[in-house]
Design a protein around this ligand. Sequence first.
Ligand SMILES: Nc1nc2c(ncn2[C@@H]2O[C@H](COP(=O)(O)OP(=O)(O)OP(=O)(O)O)[C@@H](O)[C@H]2O)c(=O)[nH]1
Length: 638
Amino acid sequence: MVRILNNIKALILTNSRSYPRIITRRLNSSDATAKQIDVNKIRNFSIVAHVDHGKSTLADRLLEITGTIKPGVENAQVLDQLQVERERGITVKAVTASLNYTYNNETYLLNLIDTPGHVDFSNEVVRSITACQGVIMLVDANEGIQAQTVAVYSLAKKNNLLIIPTLNKVDLPRANPAKVKAQLQSLFNIKPESVMTISAKRGWGVKELLEAVITRIPPPSVDTKGDFRAHVIDTWHDKYRGVLCLVYIHSGTVQVGQAVKWKSDMKPLTVKFLAMLRPSEEPVEEAVAGQVVMVGCGPKAGGRVGDQLLAKEVGNDDEGTSVPPVKHMVYAGIFPADQSQHPQLNDAIKKLALNDSAVTVTPDSSPALGQGWRIGFLGLLHLEVFTQRLLQEYKAEAILTAPSVPYKVKVKGAKAIKQYKGDEVIVTNPLLLPDVKNIEEYYEPFVIGTIITPVEYIGAVTTLCHDRRGTPLPSNAVDDNMTMLQYILPLSEVVIDFHDTLKSITSGFASFDYQDYGFHPSALVRMDILINGMLVDELSTIVHTSRLEWNARRLTEKLKEQIPRQMVQVAIQAVVGGKVLARETLKAYRKDVTAKLYGGDVTRRKKLLKQQAEGKKKMRSIANIRIPRDTFIDVLKR
Ligand SMILES: Nc1nc2c(ncn2[C@@H]2O[C@H](COP(=O)(O)OP(=O)(O)OP(=O)(O)O)[C@@H](O)[C@H]2O)c(=O)[nH]1
């Protein structure tokens, strides 16, 4: 027990704020440095799977077999280092581990990239895949193919990666490898004899799988003689060394002390830190094309995901692999709980955004909530994880506004087109919607949703998709009991609670994943809220016409509940283009609220006056109606 605890202790971060991705103790000094490894002995691969199908457990076993960690640390989940990952039992960040393995008397360098399973973090998967030549596609032999298996399969195919189909959890009594092999054949045309079977938990078949990685996945096809070029697949911040980057070298070699530059910036830099991640840092003097290594160029050297690190001599042309740009699915406002905490939160968001390259941060301000930021996320789980990490890793408390999806509008009129630098405007905040009279057409983001469900729930799932404005695509049988349904769905109907509702109507048996389907024309309008005839900017939303009435009623009722009674009657109206859709009236307050300020001793009176003044500061005054800041937060929250 003590040994196990020590083992875990050694692996867990000592200070996750300054070392988000690195284990500071060296676990294993390697016998094969980059120089001794030729490119034909490198394999870059990733493990992809539906959530909970066992990626992190398999990664632990691979680390054990290759001697990187000691065996027997059950559920160590060495690659899941973030506190949120351990608490939620999910992988959020993709991490790399360079492993040595001897096969047929030859030592191979295997770069394993662990990837997250949840649909929100597919960005991390896409990024990892740009450095890989093959993937282990894990499928739980008990659950069978799930929606995300379909998504990762298509992604791997699209990127021309070699796929090693692997059934996991074959130790479970209810595992049915034959059935799942048949599913793989029917959906993806995968031959049953090419499918590996393992139990990541027990270690069964893991050695054979590792050998399949060596024999089936090709070495990286790179130019070892050319000038140094690498692209960044991850970045994180280190308190002492500044920005550290994980790069995939696709040409030449890099050495400590070498002169380099960013493609985006061209300022001369020097490589100060170079290390393999095993997953602890192992400093190296040199790394060659085909390798995935950590590079740091000093505290002020910058670096961001998707950028390229080049040898000083390389021109600023367009050659080389780039990482696909991130598409944000939801945007939300983040504000400090108190404006005095703005600088601290600003610092925390900056640092976290560096590690989580999938977010975009732009300054935002609101009369009610003060100065803040508008942040783009990949999905709701991503948003939750981001705020949880802000709190846990940076002790920064933040207020979140209602998440909304980005919309697109086509503007008309020369003046408007000039103002928006083109006739298409992406609207990430309903407040920034161009004037209605300048809008020619509205566009809404759509996704293709894949649902795998037991056949008995097809009716319920179809109703749900129909209610969410879905358009069906042809469906496919997975086997006798399971079906794959596909729908084109508006993103706004999917991001908030679609997954939870689907799980509850199918007793947890259906799985869901979605892929971007771009912007398409849609009947959208901007709905405003008036308080005694005055517009409250913060409460404007973009709504589909079929949802107008419901939204109008819900918002006005919620506001009536939240706004405290005032000396005058308050009319709360939801309007679209001057037409009132819903109205609630808050009756006037009759009691003499200042009565308690008279009489009593002077100190008590002063205290009450001070409290009242502080309370007023937190109010937003609209048409002489004082609305507490908390009301906005409560109403804007989901
Ligand atoms: N019985 C059995 N359980 C397994 C096996 N492999 C993984 N598990 C269990 O399945 C659960 C999920 O495993 P993880 O390795 O966390 O799954 P994951 O795919 O990394 O999950 P995400 O990181 O959230 O995507 C854990 O409780 C594991 O202990 C196996 O071979 N047999």
